[in-house]
Design a protein around this ligand. Structure first.
Ligand code: C5P
Length: 291
């Protein structure tokens, strides 16, 4: 039997994203609460006769150096002194450039998968490589729920609220994270997030209380450029969501539903109006199925 390894790469939502200011290096200082979802891409690793091959059938996903999975594999191989002979098949389910961390999660999962594939052991510099690959990549090494500070890469594990139901709605166009941050102006918004109240709401796994503390500074930027995103929020709330928020730099909006039935009802109402409408749940920690 040829050796294969299959790993899931979960999406995330930002329950809180507070921008605290621009840093000298051009990044923005953040306080963000990220929570992994059951919605996930899949990476399938298999042997080949030589080289690194990335395969993905999604039309918006490149399979060369522009892909973070490819970059992760090349960097890890170089650090470990390995010549890759591996094919990675990427199955995309997470909408692309959507604020759900799909590319970052794929990259983190590539690091975890290849460290296992090449039997690198616990000393492989995965955390460091993850930070180099992107601000959101370190979160996906562990998943679950975490508070991110710095540019989002310094993580404190937080209580997770697995099983809560969400509806994700994406208007069908991509958004550039760099552009959203470029257009952000702190002076225009004085509101602040309630970090400690969000923590206790998560600890209680209380969807209602979590919904009341949802916060995203970047919504202002994306909503101004794309009024459709504001309409999605309204539609989710009118459909029965307890709260609705744009995730990350958008444009995906998530609605927290009180239960499974309401989540599927909301999807039923909105799926004819918007190109992508998905029901999922907050996840415990990264579900990594192996074969
Ligand atoms: O870190 P990552 O490459 O994912 O970030 C993409 C872009 O988003 C950065 O180039 C930067 O312009 C912006 N960004 C930021 N502050 C952060 C995270 C990202 O300005 N904390």
């Amino acid at each position: 039997m040829p050796r294969t390894l299959i790993l899931h790469a979960p999406a995330k939502v930002n329950l809180i994203l507070e921008v605290q200011g621009r840093r000298p290096d051009g990044y923005h200082a953040l306080k963000t609460v990220m929570h992994a979802l059951e919605l996930a891409d899949t990476l399938r690793f298999s042997e080949n006769s030589g080289g690194l091959r990335l395969v993905c059938s999604h039309p918006q996903v490149p399979t060369d150096e522009r892909n973070l999975v490819y970059q992760a594999a090349i960097r890890l191989a170089r650090r470990a002194g390995i010549t890759p002979r591996v094919t990675i098949r990427l199955t995309k389910r997470i909408p692309v450039a959507a604020g759900l961390g799909g590319g970052s999660s794929d990259a983190a999962t590539a690091l975890l998968g290849l460290a296992r594939w090449w039997r690198l052991g616990p000393r492989a510099p995965l955390a460091r490589l993850a930070r180099e690959l992107g601000s959101d990549v370190p979160f996906f090494l562990n998943g679950g729920c975490a508070l991110g500070t710095g540019r989002g890469e310094r993580l404190t594990p937080w209580p997770s609220a697995p099983g809560l139901w969400l509806v994700l709605v994406n208007p069908g166009f991509p958004v550039s994270t760099a552009e959203v941050y470029r257009n952000f102006r702190l002076q225009l918004t004085r509101k602040k997030a309630c970090i400690s109240m969000m923590r206790s709401a998560l600890k209680q796994k209380n969807a209602d209380k979590i919904s009341k503390k949802l916060f995203n500074h970047l919504e202002w930027v994306t909503l101004a450029a794309h009024p459709q995103v504001a309409r999605i929020k309204q539609d989710l709330l009118a459909g029965g969501a307890l709260g609705a928020l744009m995730s990350g730099s958008g444009p995906t909006v998530f609605g927290l539903a009180p239960d499974r039935r309401t989540a599927w009802q909301i999807k039923g109402q909105l799926q004819t109006k918007y190109p992508v409408c998905l029901v999922t749940r907050l996840a415990e920690k990264t579900i990594r199925k192996e074969a």
